[in-house]
Ligand binder design. Structure first.
Ligand code: SAM
Length: 217
């Protein structure tokens, strides 16, 4: 059985009892970064062995994990934060397990875009999750122009290195429209800014932006 287990996106308390039980009872936990997951496992006194499953070993390791699953082992799949499969290599293992007809279930929990969408107060009955916007400004603006025509709430993940540039391009495409930028969700320095992209950009530019971001347009 493959258990896809959501883990916290910051606050270690944000995990279900069932997730803790599963992590403590499976044969192996496949983690994006074993050192990162160890912090969570130590917090809950979980001693289950871990193995790494990340971007660069996902094909070879995926086959190995598949063999273990076929031999009857129970494996939990976790990512560094939130829900495996949402913009992390978890997707590859889930897909492999489906193609091989293996049994799996998802133990639900946090995903950063849900927190940001809820806190934005913007219509959530119809929204588009765009993952990370392209790196380069021309491609990013093109993508934003295309998505503008959807006419619904748009949600993007962003890093501290690109947040200012992305807000610049969002301002160019959406003008003064109020957007929400959510930073360090569930963590000590959680911050939710609701204003025009330009105003938020100016505020964030005062100090070097730090942490993880979600943008809701
Ligand atoms: N699997 C994760 C999920 O379920 O949300 C997402 C993984 S993705 C590789 C990492 C991105 O998620 C970060 O760059 C950031 O945009 C967003 N993110 C993750 N944790 C966050 C947090 N606590 N606050 C704000 N954004 C977060």
């Amino acid at each position: 059985m493959l258990y896809i287990v959501a883990t916290p996106i910051g606050n270690l308390q944000d995990i279900t009892k069932r997730a803790v039980e599963v992590l403590g009872s499976v044969d192996l936990i496949a983690c994006e970064d074993t050192r990162h997951t160890k912090i969570l496992l130590d917090h809950y006194g979980i001693k289950t062995p871990t193995t790494s499953f990340f971007q660069h070993n996902r094909f070879i390791k995926g086959e190995h994990l598949l063999e273990l699953l076929k031999s009857g082992k129970h494996i939990a799949l976790v990512s560094d934060a939130g829900t495996p499969g949402i913009l992390d290599p978890g997707y590859n293992l889930i897909n492999l397990a489906i193609k091989n007809g293996l049994e799996m279930t998802y133990i639900p929990g946090a995903a950063a875009f849900v927190n940001a969408l809820v806190l934005s107060g913007k219509p959530a009955h119809e929204f588009y999750f765009g993952g990370f916007l392209p790196n380069r400004t021309i491609a990013r603006k093109n993508q934003l122009e295309k998505l503008k025509s959807l006419g619904c709430t748009l949600v993007f993940y962003e890093s501290c290195h690109r947040i200012l540039a992305s807000l610049e391009d969002i301002a160019a495409v959406f003008g003064e429209k109020e957007v929400t930028v959510a930073r360090e969700l569930t963590k000590k320095f959680e911050e939710v800014l609701r204003a025009s992209p330009k105003v938020i950009q100016e505020k964030l530019a005062k100090n070097k932006p730090r942490g993880e971001f979600v943008i809701v347009v």
